[in-house]
Design a protein around this ligand. Structure first.
Ligand code: DC
Length: 222
């Protein structure tokens, strides 16, 4: 069984994908982690992020391995565990350079498909999973939510982590990331053909998870 979940940043995809994978007893494939790993390598090696040839070369030579579990993902880069390092603000803010590099995407899409074929059954989460990487998935979802609500959720998370940031700052960041994801020439964020659209604006994580699970069970029974 292959399930894809695409959508913009901060929409609650990761949590919903992890809960769904866990409940179905299959792996969770976090494809954003592959873009983050190449970004981390570029930052560490002082590679010019705006140079697509250098980024593509880096992607080709990066040894990225994902340990896909039902409850999350472990990531190694060139043999080192970078599961935490790829979540830094610096990586988050610069990952769009790798995501916008066509040749690097080619490498990472091939890697994601290879991991997928080894896993067999999984819930893949990202921006292009149902549209480009696994277009023949059994069930495809597209999750979206009002940008202000996404920014408010992020603000709450940051405040809870003791790092409060003003709502306007977070909202500006959300809108900028949306613009980049939706307008890039290669593999932009779109609602994939045949995807079930879910708006999480006024839903709890549990409600979203319940809705995803019901759809998967309905499709399974067909
Ligand atoms: O979902 P995330 O924040 O971990 O994604 C990190 C970056 O990778 C972000 O710039 C979006 C991009 N991305 C992508 O272009 N395609 C994917 N399938 C997954 C993530």
């Amino acid at each position: 069984m292959i399930v894809t979940i695409d959508g913009p940043a901060g929409v609650g995809k990761s949590t919903a994908a992890r809960m769904l994978a866990s409940s179905l007893g299959i792996a969770y494939l976090d494809t954003g982690a592959t873009y983050r790993a190449v970004t981390l390598k570029a930052l560490r090696e002082n590679i010019e992020l705006a140079d697509p040839d250098a980024i593509a070369d880096l992607a080709r030579h990066a040894d990225i391995r994902l340990t896909c579990r039902q409850d999350g993902v472990g990531v190694t880069l060139d043999g080192e565990d970078v599961s935490d390092d790829i979540r830094s603000l610096d990586v988050t803010n610069n990952a769009h350079y790798v995501a916008g590099c066509a040749a690097a995407r080619e490498v990472l899409v091939a890697l994601q498909r290879q991991i997928g074929s080894e896993l067999g059954s999984f819930v893949a989460e990202g921006r292009d999973q149902g549209s480009v990487v696994f277009p023949d998935a059994d069930v495809k979802f597209y999750i979206d939510a009002d940008p202000e609500v996404r920014a408010r959720r992020r603000c709450d998370e940051l405040a809870a982590a003791g790092k409060p940031v003003a709502l306007e700052t977070v909202l500006a960041d959300v809108l900028q990331r949306d613009g980049r994801d939706r307008s890039r020439p290669i593999a932009p964020l779109v609602k994939p053909d045949g995807a079930i659209e879910i708006d999480t604006t006024s839903k709890t994580v549990e409600q979203v998870f319940g809705e995803l699970l019901r759809w998967v069970e309905t499709r399974r029974c067909r």
